[in-house]
Unconditional design. Structure first.
Length: 131
């Protein structure tokens, strides 16, 4: 321990920095990135193959349960990872407190809205495919 270390013993034991959330944010971003390492290649390979069957082939592909679930997981991980990344950019480069708060709220709402739209779209295709 250096002579200028101002963290408390409890903070050192928990591994939290002065903001109390940096480590947790870093871990969440890395976990979502690891999920995307597996989901994005599956997504790209599958979508390329699905669109070769045309519009009806793509709908049939989305309607398969495993594909629908993996699509929702891919979108969820991607939008969550995007939200975390944009949060860091906003916190680091926006200096006006009111603007920073507004952009952080907009960032959260935009990512949630994008996820809901994509998840509902996938679920609609999945549930109405056999009709």
């Amino acid at each position: 321990m250096s002579q200028h270390d101002f963290t408390t013993p409890t903070a050192r034991a928990r591994g939290l920095g002065s903001a109390k959330a940096g480590t947790e944010h870093h871990i969440r971003q890395r976990v979502s990135a690891i999920a995307l390492i597996f989901l994005v290649p599956w997504f790209l390979f599958s979508v390329i193959n699905a669109v070769q069957g045309g519009y009806d082939g793509a709908l049939d592909w989305v309607a398969q349960p495993w594909n629908a679930v993996l699509l929702i997981l891919t979108f969820g991980a991607a939008f969550y990872h995007m939200r975390l990344g944009m949060q860091i950019v906003i916190e680091d480069y926006i200096y006006t407190p009111g603007m920073k708060s507004a952009l952080l709220i907009l960032n959260s709402f935009a990512c949630i809205a994008l996820f809901v739209i994509t998840a509902v779209s996938v679920l609609k295709i999945w549930f109405t495919a056999g009709v």
